[in-house]
Design a protein around this ligand. Sequence first.
Ligand SMILES: NC(=O)c1ccc[n+]([C@@H]2O[C@H](COP(=O)([O-])OP(=O)(O)OC[C@H]3O[C@@H](n4cnc5c(N)ncnc54)[C@H](O)[C@@H]3O)[C@@H](O)[C@H]2O)c1
Length: 350
Amino acid sequence: MTLFLDVNTLGSMVDQHGTEEFMTELLGYMKDDFCRWEEFDKSSRTAAHSDIGVIELMPVADGVNYGFKYVNGHPPSNPNVGMSTVMAFGALSDVSTGYPRLLSELTLSTALRTSVTSVMAAQALANPHATSMGMIGCGAQSEFQAIAFHTIIGIKELRIFDIDHQAMNKVAEHLKDYPELTVIKASSAKACVEGADIVTTVTADKAYATILTPDMIEPGMHINGIGGDCPGKTEIHLDVLKAGKIFVEHEPQTRVEGDIQQLPAEHKVNPIWKVIAGLEQGRDTEDQITIFDSVGFALEDFSVLRYVYDLAVQLGVGEQIELIPQLDNPKDLFGLTKRPSCSSTIREVA
Ligand SMILES: NC(=O)c1ccc[n+]([C@@H]2O[C@H](COP(=O)([O-])OP(=O)(O)OC[C@H]3O[C@@H](n4cnc5c(N)ncnc54)[C@H](O)[C@@H]3O)[C@@H](O)[C@H]2O)c1
C-alpha cells in the first residue's frame, strides 16, 4: 500500500511535532543528502511554459529511493484569482521495485523545505554573528523563511517589505507567536534591507524585476535570493550579482532559471553542496557579499519526502491507499475490471 499525506494531515503533523523541531530535523535529512550529492542521478527540471506561468517536474534518485515533485509557478495571475502562486505534490518510490511508498502534498512541504534550504546555505555563507534580516516579499513562503532564520540562525530583528500592505500585516500578525523576534514593517525595499546582515528576496512576478539594486548592498551582507527561479523572472540587479560570491544548487538548472541567467555562461559560480560537505570554503572575508541564488532543486524535495514519510510513520498518521493494484496474479491486470465493485459503479452511472 502507498501512504497518502494530504495537506491537512501535513499541517497537523507540523503543528503536533512543532515547526522548529520539524525544520531542525528536516535540516539534518537535507544536509545528509547534500553531503551525498555525487551519489544522486540528477537532472534539471522539465518545464512547460505558458504566457502566464510554468508547470515543472523535478525528479531525482539514489540507489534506494526515487522522488519527484510536480510544481507550478503562476505569479501574479493565480493570486489575482484567489489561488496560490506555487502548488505542488509528489511521490517517493522504492528504486528496487518502482513501487510508490509515499504520495504527498508538497505545497506546504515546499515552503518548509525552501526555508530549510535557505538556512542550510546561510549557515555556510552568512557571517556567524548575523542577527538581523531584511525580507522583501510577504507572500506564502515568507513566514517559513522568517521562522527558520529566527529559530535556527538566531535572527532577532526582522524588517519586512511588500508592495501589498495586507501581506505585510499578515506576516507581522503570524510572527507574534515568536516574542523574541522583533518585526518591523519597512516603508520601502531600501529601508527594509538597510543595515541587515542577511537579505532575503522572496517576491513573485513574471518579470525581469530588480528588487535588489547596488545602492542597497552593504559589505558583509548575505543575500538569500528565492524568487528569481524561472527564465525571464529575476530579483537581483546584474551589478549586485557581479559584486558577490555566488552559490548555486544544480548549476545547469540555475544557469537557465536563476538570477545568474543575466550573467555570461563563463561567470564563475560555486556549488553550495561542496561548502555543505566541507570540501570548499564559503565566505572568504567578513566584508564579502555572498549570494545564494536559490531556484529550488529536486534533492530538497527528496529530503522532505524522506523526512515526512519517516515522521508520518513515527506519528502513525496518513492514509494507506491502493494507488497500485495488489494482484494475486501480477499478469492478471485485466481481472481488476471484473471486480464486483467496478461493475456496480458502472451500473450506477448508467
Ligand atoms: N527557490 C525556491 O526553492 C523557491 C521555492 C518556492 C517558491 N519560490 C519562489 O518564491 C517566490 C515567492 O513565492 P510565494 O509562494 O511566497 O509567492 P506569493 O505570490 O504568495 O508572494 C509573493 C509576494 O511578493 C510580493 N511582491 C511582488 N513584487 C514585489 C516587489 N517588487 N516588491 C515587494 N514585494 C513584491 C507580492 O505582493 C506577494 O505578496 C516566487 O517567486 C516563487 O516562485 C522559490
